[in-house]
Ligand binder design. Structure first.
Ligand SMILES: NC(=O)C1=CN([C@@H]2O[C@H](COP(=O)(O)OP(=O)(O)OC[C@H]3O[C@@H](n4cnc5c(N)ncnc54)[C@H](O)[C@@H]3O)[C@@H](O)[C@H]2O)C=CC1
Ligand SMILES: CC(=O)N[C@@H]1[C@@H](OP(=O)(O)OP(=O)(O)OC[C@H]2O[C@@H](n3ccc(=O)[nH]c3=O)[C@H](O)[C@@H]2O)O[C@H](C(=O)O)[C@@H](O)[C@@H]1O
Length: 428
């Protein structure tokens, strides 16, 4: 068993630290956010993920996981810090990685291994992290091991996927790769694949998420095409998927979360070759305009109208609102140029928004009960596929709404039933 210092205790670092501790490693969970480390020390897990609280509690109670606000010496350092996309500069913000690397320097010893798990543009491990770590006077590959091992877990199923998913390990040399394999082998039940360099591992992670984003864009474009032919896109996609070599994903309100909408751009950081991939991003982002057009088709201008948004988590059954289509729709409805033009004519600015989400706990969002959200609404848009929304009752909407215009972006509700109940119903 080894000593491990995990840098960054968010969606990835915390489950990883708990997993390693529950497999008997001596784990130090480090985060720069001291409010967070205080909470975690008392077992208070700060985000919702099935089974995580018990998993972390087990690790803390066993004494194998210690939460710390200082970097400690360890045989393995695993970096799980954020890598946001800087919209203005159109590039990855690698500042968190740089600071994590700098913080490791004083604690780095010969024979240690540094693993970068954060999702990064190709070349980051070697071009950005390695020079920082080598300021210690030690050489990557010779004195310490350095690898990229991307994380592929799906929020909502993190603990199981941490064990079950295949891993890809790309070291700066063979010895580095071997050192990382020894750690992951202790808890990974999937296959461990290796590449001869870190950049390939970085690239592979990005093309996995890009594949999914591009496939969803195809589904979204199919949904728009289907409407022009008066057919149901979901029925068409399900039938198309009967073919043994066709597997189209589901259309929806666009792609949220902090990975799929940004990772494709990382591929273009040092290349001018993004074409289909960039267009796919645009198709997905434009789904919000499409939804607003669907509402306008039924309601005319949205100025002064009350629009109920059901779901601001970025996807079903999670509480995460990062890059959420629901929140972005709320923002665009309030400021859209068409509605602002109406204001210049003496009308009312934007639409009035009410939001309901049974999974999100965020005091800044003025979330309301379902009843309050739909009462006197002119339109309601189902944005997130939470299980709770499967049981929505059409009659409740007809009774409560001023104009029962309902847009189901997730294909969750029974179209015939909702139309028969008296709603003006459309679905993506
Ligand atoms: N959340 C997900 O589903 C997945 C995320 N990833 C990638 O993993 C990385 C981490 O993502 P999340 O865990 O979601 O982020 P997060 O935002 O949930 O957590 C990151 C944590 O790192 C801490 N931190 C920031 N700078 C630090 C530093 N210098 N030293 C120590 N701690 C520091 C923050 O305070 C925060 O608690 C990102 O690159 C992300 O793209 C990869 C696969 C899945
Ligand atoms: C290739 C892949 O499946 N990547 C996963 C993805 O996690 P994430 O939760 O972001 O993915 P997701 O479930 O596809 O959801 C992303 C967005 O796409 C939307 N979505 C998803 C599937 C679909 O058929 N249609 C659709 O519109 C979701 O509603 C959501 O808004 O990105 C994660 C990451 O890299 O952070 C990665 O670890 C996960 O394995």
């Amino acid at each position: 068993m080894s000593t491990v210092c995990v840098h960054g205790l968010g969606y990835i670092g915390l489950p990883t630290a708990a997993m390693l501790a529950n497999y008997d490693h001596e784990v130090y969970g480090f985060d720069v956010d001291t409010e967070l480390t205080d909470r975690l020390q008392s077992g208070d897990v700060h985000f919702d993920e099935p089974g995580l609280r018990a998993f972390v509690t087990q690790a803390l109670n066993s004494g194998q996981l210690e939460i710390t606000d200082e970097v400690v010496q360890a045989k393995y350092h695993i970096i799980c810090v954020p890598t946001p996309f800087n919209e203005t500069a159109k590039e990855a913000d690698l500042g968190y990685i740089e600071r994590a690397g700098s913080a490791i320097i004083p604690e780095l010893r010969e024979g240690d291994t540094v693993i970068l798990e954060s999702t990064v543009p190709p070349g980051t491990t070697v071009d950005v992290l390695q020079p920082i770590l080598e300021e210690s006077g030690l050489s990557a590959g010779a004195d310490f091991a350095l690898v990229h091992c991307p994380e592929t877990v799906l929020p909502g199923n993190i603990i199981s996927e941490l064990q079950q998913n295949n891993r890809i390990i790309g070291g700066v040399n063979g010895l580095s790769t071997e050192a990382a394999i020894r750690l992951y082998d202790s808890f990974v039940e999937g296959n461990i694949r290796t590449t001869s360099d870190a950049t390939t591992a970085e690239f592979v992670k990005l093309i996995q998420n890009t594949f999914r984003d591009t496939n969803i864009a195809l589904a979204n474009e199919i949904a728009r095409l289907s409407r022009d032919y008066g057919i149901d896109s979901r029925e068409a996609i399900n039938l198309a998927n009967e073919h043994p070599r066709v597997d189209i994903l589901q259309p929806g309100p666009g792609v949220g979360g902090h990975c799929l909408p940004i990772d494709p751009w990382f591929l273009g950081q040092n290349s001018d070759e993004l074409d289909l991939i960039a267009n796919a991003r645009e198709v997905n982002d434009n789904m919000l305009t499409y939804i607003m057009d669907l509402l306008r088709d039924e309601l005319g201008t949205l100025s002064g109208k009350k629009i109920a948004i059901l779901g601001v988590a970025y996807k079903g059954n999670v509480g995460d609102t990062r890059m959420s289509p629901g929140l972005e729709l709320a923002r665009q409805l309030q400021v859209s140029s068409e509605e602002t033009a109406a204001m210049a004519d003496g009308g009312v600015a934007g639409a009035a928004i009410s939001i309901h989400d049974p999974k999100v706990d965020d005091a800044t969002l003025s979330l309301e009960s379902l009843e309050a959200t739909i009462t006197d609404a002119d339109g309601a848009v189902l944005m997130t596929d939470h299980d709770e929304f499967k049981d929505l009752a059409a009659s409740e909407f007809v009774d409560a709404m001023r104009e029962p215009v309902v847009v189901d972006t997730r294909g969750m509700l029974d179209m015939d039933e909702w139309k028969d109940a008296g709603t003006t119903f459309c679905r993506i």
